[in-house]
Design a protein around this ligand. Structure first.
Ligand SMILES: *Cc1c(COP(=O)(O)O)cnc(C)c1O
Length: 408
């Protein structure tokens, strides 16, 4: 894509650059206001026109510029260009959260009578939005077993408008074959969406595999510091135009301060992901060998059912690990969570601080036992997001927690 021209000067963007160079420079004007090296925070809700003539040129489309904060801001443009560049996409649309991004995309693309098909391992709120809310607008949601492409294909009919999956999935870390998923959509003329939050563009590039839309909760690895919420949809510019239009009406946009934090976080994405990948693999290998651990879900382990797919399409496997405690009920499992000293008990993932949680208690407490079974949420399941601490410290901490007396 050629460098675009902005008021401030030519944009840096080179598809030949490595991801680290892109995360530092891509999408930003080379020369900024007052020569500032960082993007100034434009704390404006509205943008002034010097005359009716200038306004007329803006209204007739001959003069592109800012107008009103709900439709965008210079800080937003800068981060959107950087994210599009990292994802190898033409365009990106930012939202105030990952959920706002998925809601924004689906509300734009789906009409009453349309159908969507999900792989069933997914972020519980994405599923809830489709099943509980899109249904009120006449959209039908089907769920099929994760990775069962044949079952997905059987459900496709002329009303099917979108195929949706995460990769890797949360919390089972199942890798979906991206090229197979994209090909299924193309062969049936149905658009495809991958939620690649757990992978990030450092580990996986679904657009290159032929997927139409890539979604991220930028709250996680992209922001990376557990200090902001944001979401993004990446894809082709023409497909995202209507998405951007509706976002301007829904109003789920970021403040310029939040975008500054996200841009700052993105500069170290490659460095952080390298460490998350290293820590994830080291901790997963430790857990797999520990006698109190019954099973570890981590796509970088040869024992994971989708390891081959993951290894063929991912550069690394991230910091998220899910594991089961041998012969433990939910109470004994919770005592291990409580005995850990470095990771903090909290939802979320992908930040510099390690986090730990028991999915049963954190996200599925109000589900029936049947539904938990259906979604594969075991009582003895723990999910840990490895931060960027030293792997040896995380391992030593988990060892003492697993070996503490948790029966009392
Ligand atoms: C957290 C998360 C979301 C939702 O993102 P928010 O920023 O919390 O709204 C969606 N998908 C996945 C895989 C997530 O982990």
């Amino acid at each position: 894509m050629p460098a675009q021209q902005t008021a401030a000067g030519p944009l840096d963007r080179s598809d030949a650059w490595g991801l680290s160079t892109q995360s530092v420079h891509a999408g930003e004007p080379r020369q900024k206001d007052e020569g500032a090296i960082s993007t100034p925070v434009y704390t404006a809700s509205t943008y002034t026109f010097e005359s009716t003539d200038e306004l007329l040129r803006f209204v007739d489309g001959s003069h592109a510029r800012q107008e009103y904060g709900r439709y965008g801001s210079p800080n937003e443009q800068s981060v959107e260009r950087k994210l599009a560049s990292l994802e190898r996409a033409e365009a990106a649309v930012l939202y105030s959260s990952g959920m706002a991004a998925i809601v924004g995309l689906l509300m734009t693309k789906l009409n009453a009578g349309d159908e969507v098909i999900f792989f069933d391992q997914c972020y519980h709120r994405s599923r809830e939005f489709c099943v509980k809310h899109l249904s009120r607008f006449g959209v039908i949601t089907h769920q099929v077993k994760t990775g069962d492409f044949a079952a997905m294909e059987r459900l496709i009919n002329s009303q099917t408008k979108m195929l949706i999956s995460e990769s890797p999935t949360n919390p089972h870390l199942t890798a979906i074959d991206i090229e197979q998923f994209a090909a299924l959509g193309k062969a049936n003329e149905v658009e495809t969406l991958i939620d690649a939050t757990l992978a990030t563009p450092f580990n996986l590039r679904p657009i290159e595999g032929g997927v139409d839309y890539v979604l991220h909760s930028a709250t996680k690895y992209l922001g990376g510091h557990n200090d902001l919420l944001a979401g993004v949809i990446c894809g082709a510019a023409d497909k995202l135009e209507s998405v951007r239009q509706l976002r301007g009406t829904l109003g789920s946009v970021n403040s310029p301060h939040n975008l500054y934090l996200l841009e700052r976080g993105l500069k170290t994405l490659a460095l952080r992901m390298q460490r998350h990948n290293e820590n994830g693999l080291a901790v997963a290998r430790f857990l797999e060998r520990h006698p109190r651990v019954q099973r570890v879900y981590y796509p970088g382990l040869e024992s994971h059912p989708t390891h081959t797919v993951a290894a063929s399409q991912m550069k690394g496997f991230g910091g998220l690990i899910t594991f089961l405690i041998r012969d433990a009920d939910w109470r004994q499992t919770s005592r291990i969570v409580d005995a850990v000293k470095i990771p903090r008990i909290a939802p979320s993932l992908g930040g510099v601080e390690s986090l730990i949680e028991q999915p049963l208690v954190m996200s599925y407490f109000h589900y029936t036992a049947e539904d938990r079974e259906r979604f594969g949420i075991a009582d003895n399941m723990i999910r840990m997001s490895c931060g960027i601490e030293d792997a040896a410290d995380l391992i030593e901490d988990l060892r003492q927690a697993l070996e503490a007396d948790t029966d009392g």
